[in-house]
Design a protein around this ligand. Structure first.
Ligand code: KE4
Length: 431
C-alpha cells in the first residue's frame, strides 16, 4: 500500500486545522502513522485518497450499526433536505424521534435532543445538579463522557490516548466537584458517599466502558451503584453514547436489567449525523427549560436531517429481527478466531467483549477490569499491530484504548478475513 495522497492531504490540513484534524484521536498520533484520509465509504468498505480499501472495524467510532452510506438512511436524508435543512422551529421529525427513543429505552419517559454526546452528558450533569440541588458528581477513571470541562479528569478515549487525561484549561473550581472512583470497585464509590453523600448530585458511568478499551462491568457493580445512588438520593446516569442501541434495543440498561435515572445517547441515534440526547423520568426532565429552570439550548438541536437519519436508524433497529443475534454470532466468531490466534502465536493478550464491541489488549495481565489494568497494555505493540492490520486492509481504532465494532453489514467472509489478518499481524509483530 502507498499513502502519498493522504500524506499530502495531511500536510495541507495541518496548515489550517490544529493537528490537521477536527478530533485529536483521528491524527493517528498514538500509532505513529500518517492518518489515512477517507475519500468515500460504503457498507463495511472504506476507500482512502490513494485508492486503498479497508474493512472498517471502527464504524466512525460506533454510529454505523448498519455500515456506511446505508441506502435507506441516504434516502431519508435527501428527502428531508429538499424540505429544508434547518428550521430553528419545532418539526414533527423531533417528536417522532423522541417517541421512538421513549418506546425503545426502558428508563426514558421524556427526552431532549442535542447535537453531540458531549452536549448530552454536560446537560445531564447540569440537570442532576439542578434536580438535587447538589454540586459534586462521581465519574470513573478511564471513562470518557466527551470534552465537557468537568469530565476531563482522568478521562479515557483520546484524552487518555494522548496522555492528557487531565486537560489544561480546567479550573480548580470545576475539578473540585468531580469526584473520582475506580471502575468495578463499588467500595471506592461507597467511600465517596460516606464522606460526601449529601453533596453528590449524580454518579455517571459508561455501563460498559469503551473508552479505556472495552471493560465489562460486574453485575454487582451496576446494581450496587443503583442501590447506592438510591440510598443517598443521587441520580444514576448511564452514558450510553456507545452502548445505546448497540448492546440491545434498550442498550446496556436492558442488557443488564439495571435502570438509571438519566441516560445519555449519541452516535447510533444520529445514523452518522450529529445527534446526542439525554432522557429520563418525566419529573426529572421537566426541570429543563422552558418548563423548569435548568437551561440548555442548541441552534441545531433536533435538526431535521439528523432526525430523519436517526428515525430511519431506529426503524432499522426495530425492524431487523435478527440484528442482535447476528451481531452476537459474528462478534463471537471474531473473538474466538482472535483467541485461537493468540494461542497459536503465543502473543500475550486479553480480549474483553460485550456484544459487538470488543478490545484486544496487548498485556500479560490476567484480566483488564479497570483503568489501572488497562494501562498495563503495551501501546507500542498495539501501534505495531495497527500498522500491520492497516496494511492488510483492516481499519481498526488508532488507539489501544478504544473499541473494535462489528456491524450488521459485516459478512462472514469479512470476519474470516479479519481473523486471518489478525493472525498475520500477530506473526509479524513477533518478528
Ligand atoms: P461526542 O461529543 O464525541 O459526540 O460524544 C462524546 C462521548 C460521550 N460518551 C461516550 C461514552 C463516548 O464514547 C463519547 C465519544 N466517543 C469517542 C470515541 N470513543 C469519540 C471519538 C472522538 O473523540 O473523535
Amino acid at each position: 500500500m502507498q499513502f502519498k495522497q493522504s500524506i499530502a492531504a495531511f500536510e495541507r490540513a495541518q496548515k489550517s486545522i490544529p493537528g490537521g484534524v477536527n478530533s485529536p484521536v483521528r491524527a493517528f498520533k498514538s500509532v505513529g502513522l500518517n492518518p489515512v484520509f477517507v475519500k468515500r465509504a460504503k457498507g463495511t468498505t472504506i476507500t482512502d485518497l490513494d485508492g486503498n480499501q479497508y474493512i472498517d472495524c471502527l464504524a466512525s467510532w460506533g454510529p454505523l450499526l448498519f455500515g456506511h452510506a446505508y441506502d435507506q438512511i441516504l434516502t431519508a436524508i435527501s428527502e428531508a433536505a429538499v424540505k429544508g435543512t434547518s428550521f430553528g422551529a419545532p418539526s414533527e421529525y423531533e417528536t417522532e424521534m423522541a417517541e421512538r427513543i421513549i418506546k425503545m429505552v426502558p428508563s426514558i419517559e421524556m427526552v431532549r435532543m442535542v447535537s453531540s454526546g458531549t452536549e448530552a452528558t454536560m446537560s445531564a450533569i447540569r440537570l442532576a445538579r439542578g434536580y438535587t440541588g447538589r454540586e459534586a458528581f462521581v465519574k470513573f477513571a478511564g471513562n470518557y463522557h466527551g470534552h465537557g470541562d468537568s469530565f476531563l479528569i482522568k478521562a479515557g478515549s483520546g484524552a487518555m490516548t494522548l496522555g492528557i487525561p487531565n486537560s489544561p484549561g480546567i479550573t480548580v473550581g470545576t475539578a473540585k466537584d468531580t469526584l473520582m472512583a475506580e471502575y468495578n470497585n463499588l467500595a471506592s464509590v461507597e467511600k465517596l458517599f460516606k464522606e460526601k453523600g449529601n453533596e453528590i448530585a449524580a454518579v455517571i458511568l459508561e455501563p460498559v466502558a469503551g473508552n479505556m478499551g472495552v471493560v465489562v462491568p460486574t453485575k454487582e457493580f451496576l446494581q450496587g451503584l443503583r442501590d447506592l445512588t438510591t440510598k443517598y438520593g443521587a441520580l444514576l446516569i448511564f452514558d450510553e453514547v456507545i452502548t445505546g442501541f448497540r448492546l440491545a434495543k434498550g442498550g446496556a440498561q436492558e442488557y443488564y436489567g439495571v435502570m438509571p435515572d438519566l441516560t445519555t445517547l449519541g452516535k447510533i441515534i444520529g445514523g452518522g449525523l450529529p445527534v446526542g440526547a439525554y432522557g429520563g423520568r418525566k419529573e426529572i426532565m421537566e426541570m429543563m427549560a422552558p418548563v423548569g429552570p435548568v437551561y440548555q439550548a442548541g441552534t441545531l438541536s433536533g435538526n431535521p436531517l439528523a432526525m430523519a437519519a436517526g428515525i430511519t436508524m431506529l426503524k432499522l433497529v426495530e425492524e431487523t429481527k435478527d440484528l442482535y443475534t447476528e451481531l452476537e454470532r459474528k462478534s463471537a466468531k471474531l473473538e474466538q478466531g482472535i483467541r485461537k490466534n493468540l494461542e497459536a502465536t503465543g502473543v500475550p493478550g486479553v480480549i474483553n467483549r460485550v456484544g459487538s464491541m470488543m478490545t484486544l489488549f496487548f498485556t500479560s495481565a490476567k484480566q483488564v477490569t479497570n483503568l489501572e489494568e488497562a494501562m498495563t497494555a503495551d501501546t507500542s505493540k498495539y501501534a505495531n499491530y495497527f500498522k500491520h492490520s492497516l496494511e492488510s486492509g483492516i481499519y481498526l481504532a488508532p488507539s489501544q484504548f478504544e473499541c473494535l465494532f462489528v456491524s450488521y453489514a459485516h459478512t462472514d467472509d469479512e470476519i474470516e478475513r479479519m481473523i486471518a489478518a489478525n493472525l498475520q499481524a500477530l506473526k509479524q509483530m513477533k518478528n
